[in-house]
Design a protein around this ligand. Structure first.
Ligand code: BGC
Length: 886
């Protein structure tokens, strides 16, 4: 635990160091520095995008504080130098916009590489040097660009083709359903796994684009594709290779009926059950030119999926880490159990040598029985096993291709010989979103909690946000998706991921406007539980708040409106009755219709905010009125004047009423007192909330000046609490507050209770933004220095750059180090705690003394004292504050 805490501190300090180095480096050449971290549609140098007017953003650096962009110039060309062949030169645009600048140049073409660079002018009109060039590749924009046929029949297909010249540029566009692995001239193409990302295939199918310039050979080439079932029905492949030779000649090569197929070594594959691989069936050389394919048969054609082809503009799933087992035991003769030390998603790679035909079995589990054997009961019908049949070579290395498991323990049986810790490795696979946030503080429980949240969150990003990653489920349950979204956006680079998932939601919407509990829709209902369906407006809104994404609001306004209108059509007297899950897995139940009506209001409220942001004036009024009606009806129906509580007075009921101001001003105080005493006295500082109440209760307590109580809940270690999970050995959060291990519903990696993750950043590190700000333009730093917490530190990556807040307190001083990105401003609300007669210093110089703001320190616009805090307004840059007093 202590080691882990140190690690966190080291991480945070090193992040801070990076920030400082940036600032420091920029000090050497004064003025505006070249923009960095250039992104196109949220992605770094994306390959294969199919947005015809992509958006660009960049981050700014400056040697001075209080800096802004006053203008920018962006150039797009087809030449890497970005000097010639210019398609778009914005000239100097007077604007502070550095995110989501929409391409307005000459029309982009399919399958081209474009380069771009940008510079900016600071607030004094001094230009920065240009950024280094970034690039993006377009995919195939039009259905006609695809010349091949969908082929099927076997799980291995191949074709050879000749390239008569030197290759200047080669791209492969591939969609293999359910999953594929493309091989070219003996090598795997790219490093995606479990590709393409999961969508509602009847509506939309994703294809991936690969740069194969360096793998193509002059002369004969061979492509081989392995196919797996994934989430789909029949195995299908559509593939196209576009080649440009030096000299300009263009070649195309694609999947069609001339391909040959033969089932390969994968004799069965299933996401839930695992893979059976018979290495004796391998056909060496099949993915290389010159292979004898005389026993291979012609492929079949004729099945064409309904969904439209769409570029996979989201980080693919990849193997991102390799874990070494901590221990190996032998609970029974010939049964070996490896403890990977961490619950995660992926699989084991095994090294083995033995007689041909030996069958080695791997079984995966989250839990062990007392006798050390693995316990798979909670996986329900998922068999979670991989079987490898040896071909009998020297050493064979196997890892499954078309399945994944959620597990901590691996059981190995049938192993020829005695395995060692080096026999297996854990391959951690999930969507390759970068971790961009870090949080740490002086309380080890919270550092552990942050660790559990990170592991649970990332290992449940599998091109959709999944509820869990181990049992026979692993679905995009919408409730879980919206509850964890803010936490995910603070910890990971989620812009592209949610852009895709919000489209997935729209894909399931029907004419009536209904959406479904799970997306893609497998389990659950249509229409979704209103608390689940709220993911549609909520995710759109979070994308706007966190990433300043207006396009999401524009593209989904109609969809969200249709959804809200559907809810309205189901309402009786302005309230909703239907509900399936309500405050799911709560300790004390809250009325389902109460919860549904809350989310009805929330959905209307967000639609109104979307209309406001998009300047759809008439609609603002309509939904404002509707929201007011719901609010009124909600209070009338659910407020109990005698008990001064809502519904049955649970923590969740009172929390929801307070969270969105559904409770009128006149009763808010007493409702809050009820909530507080329920937590404190009735439940001895414990939660009784399910997943919904848990998300909002921390925020409500913090808003009502009871961050201290929220902190006690967050650090509680007896049942029910996050600390209780940690104390019981959890390495990811559980589905239930209870510790259960039987065949019932009890996943041990369920990220939904991790919604508290955003509260750690917001309340403890104090990273927030102004109510009307989007994309962290107007930052608020307001750390809650509660109880025994000695320090806290949070760093997130906003679309405008790194934002960090680190504070510490002692009896006679408080320090706060912040870094505010260029082009943003911040209001810092630094609590005075018990300090009186205060003096505020910044990097050792006084900025406030004896109730006077001492002007002249760069970047600091104002310092003001209130009863409980010092309010400091700053522009961009790094600041090192110290508050002293008696
Ligand atoms: C899932 C949950 C989900 C719930 C809805 C469960 O099976 O695992 O996380 O939100 O169903 O009832």
């Amino acid at each position: 635990m202590i080691a882990e805490q140190c690690l966190k501190i080291v991480l945070t300090v090193s992040l801070l160091f990076i920030v400082l180095v940036r600032v420091d480096a920029s000090n050497h050449t004064p003025g505006p520095q070249p923009p960095y971290n250039l992104r196109c549609e949220y992605l770094k140098d994306p390959i294969g995008i199919d947005v015809k007017k992509p958006r660009f953003f960049w981050m700014l650096q400056h040697s001075d504080r209080g800096q802004k962009q006053s203008a920018y110039q962006l150039i797009v060309s087809t030449e890497p130098s970005v000097e010639t062949a210019i398609l778009w030169d914005t000239g100097k645009v007077l604007s502070d916009q550095s995110i989501h600048v929409v391409y307005e140049g000459k029309p982009l073409e399919s399958d081209r590489t474009y380069y771009w660079k940008v510079r900016y002018w600071d607030k004094n009109d001094t230009p920065s040097p240009y950024s280094s060039a970034a690039q993006f590749d377009t995919g195939l924009f039009n259905p006609e660009d695809w010349e091949g046929e969908w082929i099927c029949g076997t799980n291995q297909v191949r074709k050879e083709f000749a390239v008569n010249g030197n290759v200047k540029r080669g791209r492969a566009f591939v969609c293999g359903l359910g999953y594929y692995e493309m091989r070219l001239n003996g090598q795997k193409v790219g490093n995606n796994v479990l590709d393409p990302g999961y969508t509602t295939y009847e509506k939309r199918i994703l294809y991936s684009t690969y740069d194969i310039t360096d793998t193509l050979l002059k002369g004969e080439n061979a492509v081989g594709v392995m196919l797996g079932k994934g989430w789909s029905g029949p195995l299908l492949l559509l593939l196209q290779v576009n080649i440009e030779l030096e000299g300009g000649e263009k070649l195309k090569f694609f999947s069609d009926r001339s391909w040959k197929g033969k089932d390969g070594p994968i004799i069965s594959d299933s996401i839930y059950d695992g893979e059976i691989y018979d290495a004796r069936l391998e056909t060496p050389g099949w993915d290389q030119p010159g292979f004898d394919e005389s026993v291979w048969s012609p492929v079949e054609t004729g099945i064409v999926p309904n969904g439209s082809l769409s570029a996979q503009m989201v980080q693919p799933i990849r193997v991102l880490e390799t874990l070494v087992p901590l221990t190996i035991t032998q609970p029974q003769e010939g049964v070996y159990v490896f403890d990977m030390g961490q619950n995660f998603s992926g699989w084991a790679e095994i090294k083995v040598s033995g007689p041909r035909g030996t069958e080695v079995r791997l079984r995966y589990a989250e839990l062990l029985y007392e006798d050390g054997m693995i316990n798979q009961e909670n996986l329900r019908s998922a068999r979670a096993r991989d079987i490898y049949i040896l071909k009998g070579n020297e050493e064979e290395v196997y890892e499954p291709r078309f399945t994944y498991h959620g597990f901590r323990y691996v059981e190995l049986t049938g192993f020829p010989g005695v395995p060692t810790l080096d026999t297996i490795r854990g391959k951690v696979a999930h969507s390759a979103v970068e971790q961009v946030g870090s949080f740490s503080c002086s309380n080890p429980i919270l550092n552990q909690l942050q660790r559990l949240i990170i592991w649970g969150q990332k290992t449940n990003l599998h091109s959709i946000p999944t509820d869990c990653n181990q049992r026979d489920e692993r679905m995009g349950w919408l409730g879980d998706a919206h509850l964890t979204a803010e936490e995910a956006m603070m910890n990971f680079d989620m812009g592209a991921f949610y852009t895709k998932f919000i489209k997935d939601i729209r894909d399931v919407q029907d004419k009536e406007g209904t959406i479904t509990d799970t997306v893609p829709h497998i389990w659950g209902q249509r229409p979704a539980d209103p608390a689940w369906g709220a993911a549609y407006p909520l995710l759109c809104w979070y994308m706007y708040r966190y990433y300043g994404d207006i396009r999401i609001l524009e593209e989904h306004y109609e969809g969200v409106k249709k959804y809200v209108e559907f809810l309205r059509s189901k309402a009786t007297a302005s309230l909703l009755e239907y509900s399936y899950y309500g405050d799911w897995v709560a300790i004390e139940k809250t009325s389902g219709s109460f919860v549904s009506s809350f989310y009805y209001y929330y959905s209307v409220f967000l639609l109104k905010k979307m209309a406001e942001t998009l300047d759809y004036e008439a609609e603002v009024e309509t939904y404002q009125d509707l929201a007011a009606k719901i609010k009124d009806a909600f209070h009338k129906k659910y407020f109990d004047a005698e008990t001064r509580s809502y519904a049955n007075g649970t923590q969740t009921a009172n929390t929801l009423a307070l969270f969105l101001d559904l409770a009128p001003e006149s009763v808010r105080g007493s409702v809050f007192q009820n909530l507080r005493s329920d937590i404190l006295y009735t439940n001895n500082t414990h939660l009784t909330t399910g997943i919904l109440g848990t998300k909002y209760i921390m925020e409500v307590l913090t808003d009502f000046n009871a961050a201290s109580l929220a902190y006690e809940l967050a650090t509680q270690t007896s049942y029910p609490s996050w600390g209780f999970m940690i104390r019981n050995g959890a390495t990811t959060l559980w589905e239930l507050w209870q510790y259960k291990t039987g065949p019932s519903m009890n996943s041990h990696n369920h990220p939904m209770f991790g919604s508290v993750g955003s509260w750690l950043y917001q309340a403890l590190a104090g990273i927030e933004q102004d109510e009307n700000s989007a994309g962290f333009k107007n930052i608020v730093i307001q750390p809650r220095m509660v109880q025994d917490l000695q320090y806290a530190s949070g760093t997130i990556h906003t679309p405008r750059g790194l934002l960090t807040s680190t504070w510490s307190k002692s009896t006679d001083n408080i320090t706060l180090k912040v870094y505010i990105p260029v082009n943003s401003e911040a209001e810092i609300r630094l609590p005075k705690l018990k300090l009186r007669s205060i003096v505020l210093k910044e990097s050792g110089k006084q900025v406030y003394n004896g109730q006077k703001f001492l002007t002249g320190i760069p970047g600091i616009q104002m310092v003001e004292e209130t009863e409980s805090a010092v309010i400091i307004k700053v522009g961009s840059g790094f600041y090192d504050f110290e508050l002293l007093g008696k």
